[in-house]
Write a protein that binds this ligand. Sequence first.
Ligand code: CUA
Length: 177
Amino acid sequence: MSIWPPEQKIWWHEPIAKIEIVWIVVAFLWGVAMFFMMIYWHGAGEQNLSNEAYRTSPEAYAAKAQAMIDQYTVRDEGGYPVVHPPAGSEVYLIARLWQWWPILEFEKNQSYRLHISSMDWLHGFSLQPTNINLQIHPGYDMVLTVTPDQSGQFGVVCNEFCGIGHHTMLGRIYVVE
Ligand code: CUA
């Protein structure tokens, strides 16, 4: 009972109650079990990201994204370029205050190397309506190998609070047959 000061000032010399030792052992074993579950679930789970991360700079990353946009833009939607990159290529998505840029268009059952990086500070890539989430940091190029198996329109929302326009930071990805 901690309402009163301990009788012995050097309280850590007090014997530990048996029930407390039991709880320490239980918590430790559960922690070990959960640790190995992380490794197991990475392989056995149905939807896990095996993403890679590389150092970059906003300037270098923006230059690569712009080169892709210049080469593969197929139309414009409300001021956003819609980019249809070739299957198997390197694809660049920019996160910045408060946009996902550009709109990407993938082909169903084709693989792409999807890069995502931030131009300013921390954003969160959340692909809707699927359960894919990534933190997007400035200075890091996050790379996912993606093979979309459903066609349609997908939304990208930012799920890390990034300021006054956070809730307007919405993007779009199309998957066409
Ligand atoms: Cu970007 Cu919240």
